[in-house]
Design a protein around this ligand. Structure first.
Ligand code: ADP
Length: 471
């Protein structure tokens, strides 16, 4: 089978979150099973672009509304990632340093999708499946079926994976001329509540819709930023497939970001060395349990509750733990976290920004990873934490519910709580301190977590089943 993945992110080329991790791993694991999976993404100005060799494979000219543009498709020459990687270069639109966050993101991603379909139309043979990810590529199923010029490829089945339904790519109907000339009778397939809603359109038009965990799919039916009724209506074609982790990148015994690597057998000593390095670099105390948070500092992740919770636990439980936070997001949360540095006495630090190396060192050096997410489609952080022997402290939601069992329950290994409130979180921290004091229990939990299998192998087979049903 030949599958073309269309994504806005792909690790290690460009990553802003979990989507990048998945788009960089799933194709590789599909290829390992003997399929041909390729990835096409926008050509941003990234380090990866300048440090690799590229072949030009296609040049084209197309239009976004009244605006004409040239585009070039380039392919990474060495196949270093384990799959063919194609980048689409559109001068002035895609060649930026960041992936998202520009005023013309609608124009950027719509023209990217048009260029992808123009290019695929010119292929000698066609892919068996086009697999699109999130709203940035979710207009493709519509365009494929209802834009007249894609008649030659309109029968290619499409799969849409939803990594995050909070963001939907809403567009004003005034921009409907961006979509290559289409069958106007089908306007309902673009519309949701009087806007063009690319994610809703993808859900309506794709042959199969997947979410990145089974529990998230259930939650979307009652909480999906306005799409609840649509998820209920389309439930027949939706399936939840849990993400895996890429063990070529996320394995403490071979992780090239770490100074001290460790296997399951050496976990105690290995983690201690990594913790020591973190504590020395970031002025934390080695003797106290180290609780970390890694992620976007936004409401979805429950990040706004963290500053208050830290203050609360310091006050009520004493300074018996360290906290270390890595992330960026809402300015008010960043400010509150920075403010806490004033009261730190070798037990608190924060790094505002994105830092891939530091994230790996934190998974390895921490004792606990906190995830108070209000919404968590799958969550990869807790899976990395498990692999690195770091106990996840998670709110019971979405993928967190599917992957973490409380250590008080049968065969449990993590710490779970119900609400993203200071009270619930502080109680979970108190339980973490209790667990940390019980060295024997902590060690056995660590061994158990590190031996869990959350690799891609199981999930990739489920994707293959989905594709097989469509062709
Ligand atoms: P998201 O909703 O942000 O996609 P996921 O849990 O699916 O959340 O994936 C988050 C990924 O992004 C993980 O690989 C995590 O380590 C990484 N990450 C998030 N924030 C940062 C940061 N500030 N620095 C480095 N890596 C980060």
């Amino acid at each position: 089978m030949e599958i073309l993945h269309v994504s806005a992110e792909c690790y290690p080329v460009a990553k802003a979150g979990g989507l990048g991790d998945v788009a960089g791993a799933l194709p590789k694991y599909l290829n390992n099973l003997g399929h041909i999976a390729k990835v096409v993404m926008p050509m941003y100005r990234t380090k990866f672009l300048y440090s690799h060799k590229w072949d030009v494979v296609h040049k084209g000219y197309t239009q976004l509304g009244n605006r004409g543009f040239e585009f070039t498709v380039i392919r990474e020459s060495t196949n270093e990632l384990g799959f063919d990687l194609y980048l689409i270069d559109i001068n002035g639109l895609l060649d930026r340093e960041k992936v998202y966050g520009y005023d013309d993101d609608t124009e950027r991603f719509t023209s990217f999708q048009i260029a992808v379909l123009d290019w695929v139309s010119a292929w000698q043979h066609k892919p068996d499946i086009i697999h699109v990810h999130d709203h940035h590529t979710a207009l493709i199923p519509f365009m494929l079926q209802y834009s007249f010029r894609y008649g030659v490829i309109k029968t290619i089945p499409t799969v849409l994976t939803i990594h995050n339904a909070q963001y939907q790519g809403w567009m004003d109907w005034g921009k409907s001329n961006y979509i290559p000339r289409w069958d106007m009778w089908r306007w309902g397939m673009l519309d949701w509540k009087n806007n063009i809603n690319p994610l809703a359109s993808g859900i309506k038009c794709a042959n199969v819709v997947t979410t990145v965990s089974p529990s998230y799919l259930q939650e979307l039916k009652y909480m999906s930023n306005g799409l609840e009724a649509l998820f209920e209506y389309e439930k027949g074609k939706c399936i939840g497939i849990l993400n895996g982790i890429d063990l070529d990148v996320w394995d403490p015994s071979s992780d090239t970001y770490l100074t001290d690597r460790y296997s399951v057998e050496e976990a105690e000593a290995g983690k201690a060395k990594n913790k020591m390095e973190l504590c020395e670099t970031y002025q934390l105390s080695f003797e106290k349990p180290l609780i970390v948070f890694i992620g976007r500092l936004v409401g979805e992740k429950g990040a706004d509750v963290i500053p208050g919770m830290i203050g609360d636990t310091f006050f009520h439980m004493g300074r018996r733990m360290n906290y270390f936070i890595l992330g960026s997001g809402f300015p008010e949360v960043e400010e509150a976290l920075n403010g806490l540095k004033q009261i730190a006495t070798q037990d608190y630090n924060v790094y505002i920004g994105y830092n891939e190396t530091l994230s790996h060192k934190m998974y390895a050096g921490a004792d606990f990873l906190l995830m108070p997410s209000r919404v968590e489609p799958c969550g990869l952080n807790q899976l990395y934490a498990l692999r690195y022997g770091t106990v996840p402290i998670v709110r019971r939601t979405g993928g967190l519910k599917d992957t973490v069992i409380d250590y008080g329950d049968q065969n449990g290994y993590g710490i779970c709580f119900n609400d993203a409130t200071i009270g619930d979180m502080s109680h979970a921290i108190w339980r973490a301190l209790e667990l940390y004091r019980d060295k024997k229990k902590m060690k056995s939990v660590r061994q158990q977590m590190m031996n869990l299998d959350f690799g891609w192998e199981t999930s990739v087979k489920q994707y293959v089943e989905v594709y097989s049903r469509l062709i």
